[in-house]
Design a binder for this molecule. Sequence first.
Ligand SMILES: [Zn+2]
Ligand SMILES: [Zn+2]
Length: 349
Amino acid sequence: MPVVEECTLRAPGPGDVVVRLAASGVCHSDLSIIDGAIPHPLPAVLGHEGAGVVEAVGDAVASIAVGDHVVLSWVAPCRACFQCLHGHPELCEHGLDHAFAAPYAHAADGTPLLGAFGTATFGEMTVVPERACVRIDRAFPLDLASLVGCGVVTGVGAVCNSARVEPGASVAVIGCGGVGLAAIQGARLAGAAPIIAVDVVPAKLDLARACGATEVIDASAGDPVAAVKECTGGRGADYVFEVVGRSETIRSAFAMTRRAGTCTIVGAGRFDDTVGFGAMALMVEAKTVRGCVYGATDPQRDFPAMVALAQAGRLDLEVLVSRRIGLDDLADAFRAMTAGEVARSVVVY
Ligand SMILES: [Zn+2]
Ligand SMILES: [Zn+2]
C-alpha cells in the first residue's frame, strides 16, 4: 500500500518542465501497479492523471512557459517514430522512455524512486518532458482538468477516435467507473442510441444515467448478454466497449456485439488472463475485436478539445468526481475503488 513521504526531485534537464500539481485523479491503473497486474519497477511515485501550473522550464523548452496551466500526458509522443508518423502517438515507441531513463526522485534515505508512467502526479511537484505537457485554458478548473489526462480521453477517445461511433448507432458499455462513464459520455457526444450501461453496482448505474445512458443493466441480476440483445432488436449492440479488463467481461462484450459489429477492449487486464474464442464464431460472426490504448488519443489535439467540450456543457466532468481527497487519503481511495464505491477520487493539493 502507498506511503506518503518527502522526496527530492531530480534536477530538470534542458527539455524538462517542472509542474506544481493542483490535482490528480486516482485511476485504476495505479492500483494495477500496486497489485502487480501492470508490471512496473518499484519503488515508484504513482499517479498519472494530473494537472497543474508550470513552475519552471528548461532552456530548450519552447512551447510551454512558466505560469501555463497544463494537463499531463502519460505518453510523451516523440512525433518521429513509426507509430507517431502513422497516426498513433498514443503508441509512441519512445513515449515512456523518460519514465525509466533515470530515477525520478530520491527518498529521504537516498533510495532511488521511479516516476510511474513518467508523470508521478501523486506529489506536490513533478518533472516531465515538454512533450508530456499540454497547455489548456487558464479559466478551466484544474481539478476537473486532471481527469482529462487519463480517464476522460481514454473513454471518450475509445468511442470517438477508435471505434468512431456514428449517430444512431447502438452502444453498450461494460464497466461504469471513471473511464466507462467517460465512454458513455462519448457515446452521447457521438449521437448514439440506445446507450446501454452494464455494471453490478446500482450507484454506478445511476451515474451512467447521468452521463447519458438510456438503458442500464445490473449484470448481477441476470444475463447481461440477453439483456443487451433485448434492447437491440435481438441482434446485439453495434459497438460494445469493455472497460473492465477481465476475460469474463471480454467474453460477454464479444457476445453482446452484433454480427459485423465492433467490440473494443478498453480495460487494462492482466497479461496472464487469456480469452478464448471459437474459431468458427470468429469467422462467421464477422465481428471486429480491437484494443484501444489511452483512447487512441493525440494529447496535444484532444486535451484542449475535451476542455472545450466541458466548457461548452457537452461533457460533464464534475459528475465523474466522487470525492476530493488529500494525499493521506490515497490508501482509502484505492479501497473505495476496489469496493466499487467511487467513479473517481481526485487528490487536490
Ligand atoms: Zn489511468
Ligand atoms: Zn513516437
